[in-house]
Design a protein around this ligand. Structure first.
Ligand code: SF4
Length: 452
């Protein structure tokens, strides 16, 4: 016997083919986590998820509004969905500015902002009511993930208390709201039980975790733990999987987490978006911790944990950046020897305060030249650092396998953004496996080796 559950505000459909939703997910890992949550909800209510707009009952576009180029990509994705289907719900960062979307596409069914899971669900219920059948409720306890089975992003907070002058995230996502520690640890535990081998901790400012909750204590496994960066890292470090920390700022309290890396509880990896090294530019950017002596701090961390790899991103061509500022940045790269580095050319995002600072814009051709100089400078540093790994035996997690060849990562590389180990083996390898690889050679960004 089956029963029918009626969801508030939506009559359940009689049994028939499951309603189909086509889903487009754009933007950063934080948006990806939002998509995962929405899809988990949808699947739990019996909706079928696909990528084909044609034939779907409705299309959901999870947008990104971080840069103007991301907005343009979001608008193009909405345009495609309107053309191919015509029944479209828009959510995500760009949804926080509905006027722009309505102007271009007055017929979209609904627009909701980031993390507005409830509103997305009610818009879906209205457009295509759910068809509940307990026998098709196949959602695994950890939810539906868009990442491969062996790694997962763990979002610990939303929003940001900083006010970097080039960034509009706080106006899109609001101030920092941390998830209580027990909730985060429960989710992490479920993921680990479901086979996840690597947890990637993400937020806008991971080192500020819990500040908004005044580090409120929670109960985890009969113990009291605080909603705090250190406690979170320590507890995740006990789960027996790789734990990687993203979006950390070089505040003094980050020092406390480095010993956990030295003890191999947490991966010896820190993703710190420095954005620049010139005090003048950092001040104009209004970066958090811009007065910290960053180079000295990295040195201190490496004394405690010599294996530590630091990855970072930088912006060149910020308004007012002089040749001297830029050279300071290159000197910082030379001295600090960061393992992994990304670089963006400054984009004057509309709505960002950097546009009103009255500082002279850097001409496009100068930005372009600085970007190439930056990349060439860092490439030489990365190559040298990678060459140190040749001849070593390293533990590698396999991301993609094809018989006896595969691509994987060491503990110093995050998925999607860092380098890869290209490997071959005598026996077939599977994604998600850990293997020991003897490194035979290195190129500018990647390693090549053989499974031993
Ligand atoms: S730390 Fe700065 S760049 Fe990052 S989200 Fe907050 S305001 Fe934006």
């Amino acid at each position: 016997m089956s029963s029918t559950t009626q969801l508030p505000g939506a009559p359940a459909l009689p049994a028939g083919p499951a309603p189909k939703i086509s889903f487009v997910s754009l933007g950063c890992p934080k948006a990806l986590v939002d998509s995962e949550r929405i899809i988990t909800h949808l699947r739990s209510e019996g909706y079928e998820i696909g990528r084909k707009h044609d034939g779907a009952d409705v299309v959901i576009v999870n947008t990104c509004g971080f840069l103007d180029s991301a907005k343009a990509e979001s608008l193009a994705a909405i345009g495609d969905a309107m053309k191919e289907n015509g029944r479209v719900i828009v959510t995500g960062c760009m949804g926080a500015e509905p006027a722009q979307i309505r102007e271009a596409f007055p017929d979209v069914l609904a627009i909701t902002g980031p993390q507005a899971y409830e509103s997305v669900m009610s818009a879906v219920h209205e457009a295509v009511p759910p068809q509940h059948d307990p026998f098709v409720d196949l959602v695994p306890p950890q939810g539906i993930k868009l990442t491969p089975r062996h790694y997962a992003y763990l979002k610990i907070s939303e929003g940001c208390n900083n006010r970097c002058s080039f960034c509009i995230i706080p106006s899109l996502r609001g101030d920092l709201v941390s998830r209580p520690i027990a909730d985060v640890l429960r989710e992490a535990e479920k993921l680990v039980k479901a086979g996840v081998k690597e947890l990637l901790v993400i937020s806008q400012d991971t080192s500020a975790y819990g500040v908004d909750l005044k580090y409120a204590p929670g109960v985890w496994q009969d113990r009291e733990v605080r909603t705090k960066f250190l406690d979170l890292s320590r507890e995740l470090g006990e789960m027996g999987v790789w734990v990687r920390l993203h979006y950390v700022y070089p505040y003094p309290h980050v020092d406390e987490v480095i010993p956990l890396m030295a003890e191999s509880k947490v991966l010896p990896y820190l993703d710190i978006p420095f954005q620049h090294a010139s005090p003048q530019v950092l001040k104009a950017m209004r970066r958090p911790a811009h007065q910290e002596k960053t180079f000295g701090r990295i040195q201190k961390w490496r004394d405690v944990c010599p294996d530590l790899a630091v990855r970072s991103t930088f912006i060149v061509g910020f308004p007012g950046e002089t040749e001297e500022d830029f050279e300071l940045l290159l000197d910082f790269l030379t001295e600090s020897k960061l393992e992994r580095v990304g670089c963006f050319k400054y984009e004057p995002v509309s709505g960002a305060r950097a546009n009103d600072l009255g500082l002279p814009a850097v001409p496009e051709e100068v930005k372009e030249r600085r970007w190439h100089r930056f990349m060439a400078h860092q490439q030489a540093i990365s190559e040298k650092l990678l060459r140190r790994r040749v001849g070593k035996r390293l533990k590698v997690i396999v991301d993609e396998a094809n018989g006896t060849t595969a691509r994987g990562r060491t503990q110093w590389d995050a998925p999607e953004i860092d380098g890869t180990v290209h490997l071959s083996s005598r026996r077939p390898i599977r994604a998600g496996e850990f293997v020991t690889v003897k490194i035979d050679r290195a190129d500018a960004y990647d390693l090549h080796g053989t499974v031993v």
